[in-house]
Design a protein around this ligand. Structure first.
Ligand SMILES: [Zn+2]
Ligand SMILES: [Zn+2]
Length: 256
């Protein structure tokens, strides 16, 4: 399984893009500013967008993608998220005030976007990949995605989460993982803020990985706050995790 890291930063800046991963040419996980690095031709190929939660850094380019595709789509763009998240997007973004309600355009019978409710632990097979949402621990309803390809390679993307018993149980239930793609938003000194905003620090990540029943073959890290990246990196090098740890970079194409 090829995973293209379109955006993996915890903020914006030169060469820094927020969360968006392309897991095949038709399918995205989240729609942050990383989505803007796709050419128009590549954008036209996107058919499915799996959203983890409605925070701005994960959805901000979804309205712009739909607008870009508007006159070209023959089938609706399929957007998947938890029901609470779809309701938030419809109430606060696609409300005609911030952006048009594209789920009714050009008409309700044949709209350019379809919002699909996902249910945690129920699998969907899309473009040869089996995707299953699982709840994580963040400030609003948020899910991660477990993705398995036909060869049985398994990736779990937690999106934004802190460490706690619920997310630990969820990851343990997934069984063996080739890659756990998670976050490390804050340095250890901002532990209080990390807990309030429900993110991870190197110390919390350490506890998380060591508590897992099966150590993933690789751990990919994202969502580092741009102003604290060097501090977080230095703390990560102090950890002694019994697995291969990779700090993601926008623009990379990785193989699971
Ligand atoms: Zn978030
Ligand atoms: Zn985020």
């Amino acid at each position: 399984m090829k995973v293209e890291i379109l955006g993996c930063s915890g903020g914006m800046g030169k060469k820094k893009h927020t969360t968006c991963y392309r897991i095949n040419e038709h399918t995205l996980l989240d729609a942050g500013t990383g989505l803007g690095s796709l050419s128009h031709k590549e954008q036209l190929k996107i058919k499915h967008v799996f959203i983890t939660h409605s925070h701005m850094d994960h959805i901000c380019f979804l309205p712009l993608l739909i607008d870009n595709l508007f006159e070209y789509l023959t089938q609706p763009l399929q957007v998947y998220a938890l029901p609470e998240i779809l309701a938030t997007l419809q109430q606060h973004i696609f409300n005609w005030k911030i952006w048009p309600d594209f789920s009714t355009l050009p008409n309700e019978e044949a709209p350019v976007v379809k919002f699909n409710t996902i249910t945690p632990h129920e699998s969907l097979v899309i473009e040869g990949l089996t995707l299953t949402a699982f709840p994580v621990e963040h400030t609003i309803a948020t899910c991660g995605y477990h993705v398995i390809n036909k060869q049985g390679k398994a990736l779990a993307f937690t999106s934004d989460t802190t460490f706690g018993p619920n997310v630990l149980k969820e990851i343990n239930q997934l069984g063996k993982l080739d890659v756990l793609m998670t976050e490390c938003a804050f340095p250890n000194r901002l532990n209080k803020l990390a807990k309030l905003s429900k993110h991870l620090t190197p110390s919390l990540l350490n506890t998380f990985i060591n508590a897992l029943e099966h150590t993933p073959k690789q751990v990919w890290l994202s969502h580092l706050k741009p102003s604290q990246t060097e501090e977080i990196k230095a703390e990560l090098t102090q950890l002694n995790l019994n697995t291969q740890v990779r700090l993601l970079k926008s623009g990379e194409l990785l193989e699971v």
